[in-house]
Design a protein around this ligand. Structure first.
Ligand code: SF4
Ligand code: SF4
Length: 154
């Protein structure tokens, strides 16, 4: 009998730290700045990336110490997955929370951390600009909808 993988049998709360970290697919979409409408609460993505995000690899350049540079960087928790409205539909944490399976391109399924990029799910290869190069007043000029749509047809 084949044993089911951990993300199919454990809740987010039951995962150990290694399993939890591995659920991240490395898409980098959560490292893009978001804007929230004060009245409606609607959230939109921008193509303005966090100062620590490498624009080419789309990886965090100082993940271990990131909160010293970017204190607002979210430390995702199971509760946060329920409360954060902007986790993209493809996010591994959101998928598991919604009792859905991981896609073929997730490294836990494919065995290859590059497949999230090959499948066009990640921010890699997208036109982004570093937040240090854009006045925060101008972020609304960089609103994009592709982070919500990358998984369509996946
Ligand atoms: S959106 Fe989810 S899967 Fe993608 S980098 Fe962020 S936490 Fe990881
Ligand atoms: S500090 Fe790193 S993990 Fe946090 S938003 Fe910036 S690039 Fe992403």
């Amino acid at each position: 009998m084949t044993e089911l993988p951990f993300w199919k049998v454990k809740t987010l709360e039951e995962m150990d730290p290694r399993e939890w970290e591995s659920l991240c697919d490395g898409c980098g979409l959560c490292c893009l700045n978001k804007l929230e409408d004060w009245d409606s609460g609607a959230v939109v993505f921008t193509s303005v990336r966090c100062r620590l995000m490498d624009g080419t690899s789309c990886r965090c350049t100082d993940y271990e110490n990131r909160q010293a540079t970017v204190p607002e960087c979210i430390q995702l928790t199971p509760e946060g997955v329920d409360e954060i409205p902007w986790l993209p539909p493809t996010c591994g944490y959101r998928l598991v929370r919604e009792n859905r399976d991981l896609y073929w391109w997730h490294h836990l399924v494919s065995g290859d951390p590059e497949t999230v990029h090959i499948a066009g799910i990640s921010a890699r290869g997208r036109e982004t600009v570093c937040e240090t190069e854009v006045d925060v007043e101008d972020f609304e000029d960089y609103v994009v909808d592709w982070p919500w749509k990358v998984g369509e047809g996946a």
